[in-house]
Design a protein around this ligand. Sequence first.
Ligand SMILES: [Zn+2]
Length: 276
Amino acid sequence: MKHLLLVVMGLLYAATAFPFGVYIFADMEGCTGVTNSEQISGGFGAARMEEDINACVAACFEAGATRVVVRDGHSSGRNVNPAHIDPRAELIQGPTPGVRYQHLDGCEAIILLGYHAMSLTPNAILAHSYSSRNTQAMYINGREVGEIGIDALIATEHGVPVVLVIGADDACREAEDWIPGVVTCQTKKSITTQSGKCLSAKRSHARIARKTKEAVAKRHSIPMIQPVYPSTLRTELVPKGSVRVVFPEYVRDPNPRIREKTGNNVEALLLGKPRK
Ligand SMILES: [Zn+2]
């Protein structure tokens, strides 16, 4: 009886000894079954996002996470229906001025879910860099960069590694290029910026679950990419009156208007200083 008690206490200790959180930053363009602009402004894309998020959340808990935070990060940040999200997860919606990863405390890993390739990546589904209306290209210290690279640099500034990037084939390649050693999960293959070959939802969700467990298990061994300070963030702007960069008709402007900022914090360069 005494032994049994010790075993039970030991198991309880093991289960609670190392609590850790996982942070899922969720975009929509790279989600299962999303291939074009019409699908990302209404209910279709939001529903696909909910399904991918739930596959990922469940796998995080199975991998031992004691807390999972989901950031609804597409457009206004108000896409998914909270009633449709796994109730064990904490959901953040709406603007968080100056802060990319709100409530990151206690998290040991970041997952970029539903991500897409950087602006003007040839024939990459819905490729853009933060704004398909305003931004033609972004560079950090002279290297062309998109949301995957910038968000990984900001993650490092908070001491948390990006362990998994989920999206189309080109987004996965970009992730491996920017974050050597990161786990990637391909939900589809791009054909053009507005079309793709999709994995069935069932297979895609099973893949998300498997890759999530693998990435969370590797969270202490995936290296964080290191920002170089001072960092210069250069943004090339889309000409006024132009179509959005996600449409095949968009042609790269050879003499774009430029916005450039230099500083020692990539998050502040991207978002401005947090409002007090
Ligand atoms: Zn988005």
